[in-house]
Design a protein around this ligand. Structure first.
Ligand SMILES: Nc1nc2c(ncn2[C@@H]2O[C@H](COP(=O)(O)OP(=O)(O)OP(=O)(O)O)[C@@H](O)[C@H]2O)c(=O)[nH]1
Ligand SMILES: [Mg+2]
Length: 193
Protein backbone atom coordinates (compact mmCIF):
# COMPACT_ATOMS: atom_id res chain seq x y z
CA UNK A 1 0.00 0.00 0.00
CA UNK A 2 1.29 3.41 -0.89
CA UNK A 3 0.66 5.81 1.99
CA UNK A 4 -0.20 9.22 0.58
CA UNK A 5 -1.52 10.66 3.83
CA UNK A 6 -1.77 9.64 7.46
CA UNK A 7 -3.13 11.95 10.09
CA UNK A 8 -4.22 11.77 13.70
CA UNK A 9 -7.93 12.59 13.81
CA UNK A 10 -9.06 12.36 17.43
CA UNK A 11 -8.98 10.64 20.79
CA UNK A 12 -12.25 9.09 21.89
CA UNK A 13 -13.01 8.63 25.56
CA UNK A 14 -16.63 7.59 24.98
CA UNK A 15 -18.94 6.38 22.27
CA UNK A 16 -20.10 9.84 21.25
CA UNK A 17 -16.51 10.62 20.25
CA UNK A 18 -16.15 7.79 17.73
CA UNK A 19 -15.69 8.93 14.13
CA UNK A 20 -18.94 8.64 12.20
CA UNK A 21 -18.26 8.90 8.47
CA UNK A 22 -18.55 5.15 7.82
CA UNK A 23 -15.09 4.57 6.38
CA UNK A 24 -13.71 1.06 7.10
CA UNK A 25 -11.60 0.67 10.17
CA UNK A 26 -8.80 -1.57 11.45
CA UNK A 27 -8.41 -1.97 15.22
CA UNK A 28 -5.15 -2.64 17.08
CA UNK A 29 -5.58 -4.57 20.31
CA UNK A 30 -3.26 -6.01 22.87
CA UNK A 31 -1.94 -5.66 26.32
CA UNK A 32 -0.34 -2.53 27.56
CA UNK A 33 3.21 -1.94 26.24
CA UNK A 34 3.04 -4.77 23.67
CA UNK A 35 3.76 -2.32 20.85
CA UNK A 36 0.41 -1.23 19.33
CA UNK A 37 1.36 2.38 18.75
CA UNK A 38 4.80 1.36 17.45
CA UNK A 39 3.17 -1.05 14.98
CA UNK A 40 0.94 1.73 13.67
CA UNK A 41 3.91 4.08 13.19
CA UNK A 42 5.91 1.31 11.54
CA UNK A 43 3.12 0.37 9.12
CA UNK A 44 2.64 4.01 8.18
CA UNK A 45 6.36 4.80 8.24
CA UNK A 46 5.56 7.87 10.33
CA UNK A 47 7.65 8.19 13.46
CA UNK A 48 5.75 9.60 16.40
CA UNK A 49 2.30 9.73 14.76
CA UNK A 50 0.92 7.36 17.40
CA UNK A 51 2.48 8.16 20.73
CA UNK A 52 4.71 5.41 22.12
CA UNK A 53 6.18 5.13 25.56
CA UNK A 54 8.09 2.99 27.97
CA UNK A 55 5.40 3.66 30.53
CA UNK A 56 2.67 1.03 30.17
CA UNK A 57 -0.86 2.32 30.07
CA UNK A 58 0.06 5.37 28.04
CA UNK A 59 -2.82 5.21 25.57
CA UNK A 60 -6.05 5.65 27.55
CA UNK A 61 -8.41 6.50 24.72
CA UNK A 62 -9.31 5.08 21.32
CA UNK A 63 -7.14 7.08 18.93
CA UNK A 64 -8.26 7.37 15.34
CA UNK A 65 -5.88 7.85 12.41
CA UNK A 66 -7.13 8.54 8.88
CA UNK A 67 -5.06 6.90 6.15
CA UNK A 68 -5.13 7.98 2.48
CA UNK A 69 -8.42 9.69 3.24
CA UNK A 70 -9.92 6.19 2.81
CA UNK A 71 -9.79 4.15 6.04
CA UNK A 72 -9.03 4.41 9.74
CA UNK A 73 -6.62 2.81 12.13
CA UNK A 74 -7.94 2.69 15.70
CA UNK A 75 -5.30 2.45 18.42
CA UNK A 76 -6.96 1.00 21.51
CA UNK A 77 -5.79 1.36 25.09
CA UNK A 78 -3.76 -1.60 26.29
CA UNK A 79 -5.29 -4.08 28.70
CA UNK A 80 -3.82 -5.96 31.61
CA UNK A 81 -1.79 -3.21 33.18
CA UNK A 82 -1.97 -4.05 36.86
CA UNK A 83 -1.04 -0.66 38.22
CA UNK A 84 -3.98 1.32 36.90
CA UNK A 85 -6.89 1.70 39.30
CA UNK A 86 -9.78 -0.77 39.40
CA UNK A 87 -12.11 1.87 38.04
CA UNK A 88 -9.84 2.44 35.08
CA UNK A 89 -9.65 -1.29 34.40
CA UNK A 90 -13.44 -1.55 34.48
CA UNK A 91 -13.66 1.44 32.16
CA UNK A 92 -11.29 -0.27 29.71
CA UNK A 93 -13.49 -3.33 29.63
CA UNK A 94 -16.63 -1.30 29.13
CA UNK A 95 -15.23 0.99 26.47
CA UNK A 96 -13.40 -1.74 24.55
CA UNK A 97 -16.21 -4.24 24.57
CA UNK A 98 -18.77 -1.63 23.56
CA UNK A 99 -16.48 -0.64 20.70
CA UNK A 100 -15.51 -4.17 19.62
CA UNK A 101 -19.03 -5.50 19.74
CA UNK A 102 -20.82 -2.60 18.05
CA UNK A 103 -18.44 -1.04 15.60
CA UNK A 104 -19.82 -2.01 12.19
CA UNK A 105 -16.98 -0.32 10.30
CA UNK A 106 -14.39 -2.77 11.67
CA UNK A 107 -13.02 -4.91 8.84
CA UNK A 108 -10.01 -6.34 10.66
CA UNK A 109 -8.90 -6.84 14.26
CA UNK A 110 -5.14 -6.92 14.70
CA UNK A 111 -4.36 -8.63 18.00
CA UNK A 112 -0.83 -8.06 19.24
CA UNK A 113 1.10 -10.46 21.44
CA UNK A 114 4.73 -10.32 22.55
CA UNK A 115 6.79 -12.69 20.38
CA UNK A 116 8.99 -13.51 23.37
CA UNK A 117 6.23 -14.90 25.57
CA UNK A 118 3.33 -17.30 25.65
CA UNK A 119 0.05 -15.41 25.26
CA UNK A 120 -1.28 -14.25 28.63
CA UNK A 121 -4.67 -15.21 30.08
CA UNK A 122 -6.10 -11.91 28.80
CA UNK A 123 -4.62 -12.52 25.33
CA UNK A 124 -6.34 -15.90 25.25
CA UNK A 125 -9.64 -14.38 26.43
CA UNK A 126 -9.56 -11.72 23.73
CA UNK A 127 -8.62 -14.24 21.04
CA UNK A 128 -11.49 -16.48 22.10
CA UNK A 129 -13.91 -13.55 22.14
CA UNK A 130 -12.89 -12.61 18.58
CA UNK A 131 -13.35 -16.19 17.37
CA UNK A 132 -16.69 -16.71 19.13
CA UNK A 133 -18.04 -13.51 17.60
CA UNK A 134 -16.75 -14.45 14.16
CA UNK A 135 -14.52 -11.40 13.86
CA UNK A 136 -11.97 -11.19 11.07
CA UNK A 137 -8.65 -11.08 12.92
CA UNK A 138 -4.93 -11.74 12.71
CA UNK A 139 -2.29 -12.01 15.42
CA UNK A 140 0.88 -9.94 15.18
CA UNK A 141 3.77 -11.08 17.39
CA UNK A 142 5.76 -7.93 18.19
CA UNK A 143 9.36 -7.18 19.16
CA UNK A 144 10.69 -10.12 17.14
CA UNK A 145 14.04 -8.30 16.78
CA UNK A 146 14.67 -9.10 20.44
CA UNK A 147 15.02 -12.83 19.67
CA UNK A 148 17.58 -14.77 17.65
CA UNK A 149 16.07 -16.34 14.55
CA UNK A 150 16.12 -19.84 16.09
CA UNK A 151 14.45 -18.73 19.28
CA UNK A 152 11.92 -16.73 17.29
CA UNK A 153 10.88 -19.77 15.25
CA UNK A 154 10.35 -21.76 18.46
CA UNK A 155 8.54 -18.94 20.16
CA UNK A 156 6.17 -18.35 17.23
CA UNK A 157 5.46 -22.07 17.12
CA UNK A 158 4.55 -21.90 20.84
CA UNK A 159 2.20 -18.97 20.18
CA UNK A 160 0.55 -20.81 17.27
CA UNK A 161 -0.02 -23.81 19.54
CA UNK A 162 -1.91 -21.56 21.96
CA UNK A 163 -3.83 -19.73 19.21
CA UNK A 164 -4.32 -22.51 16.65
CA UNK A 165 -7.08 -20.77 14.72
CA UNK A 166 -5.16 -17.55 14.17
CA UNK A 167 -2.80 -16.40 11.46
CA UNK A 168 0.30 -15.37 13.45
CA UNK A 169 2.75 -12.92 11.85
CA UNK A 170 6.13 -12.14 13.46
CA UNK A 171 6.79 -8.39 13.45
CA UNK A 172 9.48 -5.90 14.34
CA UNK A 173 8.85 -2.17 14.44
CA UNK A 174 12.62 -1.77 14.46
CA UNK A 175 13.45 -3.70 11.29
CA UNK A 176 9.98 -3.62 9.63
CA UNK A 177 9.97 -7.43 9.52
CA UNK A 178 6.43 -8.59 8.74
CA UNK A 179 5.34 -5.24 7.34
CA UNK A 180 4.38 -6.46 3.84
CA UNK A 181 2.52 -9.43 5.26
CA UNK A 182 0.45 -7.29 7.62
CA UNK A 183 -0.33 -4.80 4.84
CA UNK A 184 -1.43 -7.60 2.59
CA UNK A 185 -3.93 -8.75 5.27
CA UNK A 186 -5.15 -5.17 5.70
CA UNK A 187 -5.62 -4.76 1.94
CA UNK A 188 -7.53 -8.03 1.69
CA UNK A 189 -9.89 -6.91 4.46
CA UNK A 190 -10.42 -3.47 2.92
CA UNK A 191 -11.21 -5.03 -0.45
CA UNK A 192 -14.10 -6.97 1.13
CA UNK A 193 -15.68 -3.85 2.64
N1 LIG B 1 12.84 -3.61 20.08
C1 LIG B 1 11.56 -3.33 19.86
N2 LIG B 1 10.89 -2.52 20.70
C2 LIG B 1 9.58 -2.27 20.45
C3 LIG B 1 8.91 -2.81 19.33
N3 LIG B 1 7.62 -2.40 19.36
C4 LIG B 1 7.50 -1.61 20.46
N4 LIG B 1 8.68 -1.53 21.13
C5 LIG B 1 8.93 -0.75 22.37
O1 LIG B 1 8.01 -1.15 23.37
C6 LIG B 1 7.58 -0.04 24.15
C7 LIG B 1 6.06 0.07 24.11
O2 LIG B 1 5.65 0.35 22.79
P1 LIG B 1 4.25 1.09 22.47
O3 LIG B 1 4.11 1.07 20.99
O4 LIG B 1 4.17 2.39 23.17
O5 LIG B 1 3.23 0.05 23.14
P2 LIG B 1 1.63 0.16 23.27
O6 LIG B 1 1.10 -1.22 23.08
O7 LIG B 1 1.12 1.21 22.35
O8 LIG B 1 1.47 0.60 24.79
P3 LIG B 1 0.21 1.29 25.52
O9 LIG B 1 -0.23 2.45 24.67
O10 LIG B 1 0.74 1.69 26.85
O11 LIG B 1 -0.85 0.25 25.64
C8 LIG B 1 8.28 1.19 23.57
O12 LIG B 1 9.42 1.42 24.34
C9 LIG B 1 8.66 0.74 22.16
O13 LIG B 1 9.79 1.39 21.66
C10 LIG B 1 9.67 -3.67 18.44
O14 LIG B 1 9.17 -4.21 17.45
N5 LIG B 1 10.99 -3.88 18.75
MG1 LIG C 1 0.01 2.90 22.75
Amino acid sequence: MKITSAEFVKSAFERSHWVTDGRPEIAFLGRSNVGKSSLINSLLQRKGLARTSNTPGRTQSINFFLINDAFYFADLPGYGYARVSKTMRKDWGKMAEEYLANRKELVLFIQLVDSRHKPTELDLNLNEWLKIHGKNSIVVATKSDKLSSNTLVKSIRGIKDELPESNVIAYSAQTAKGRDEVWSEIEKSLAKF
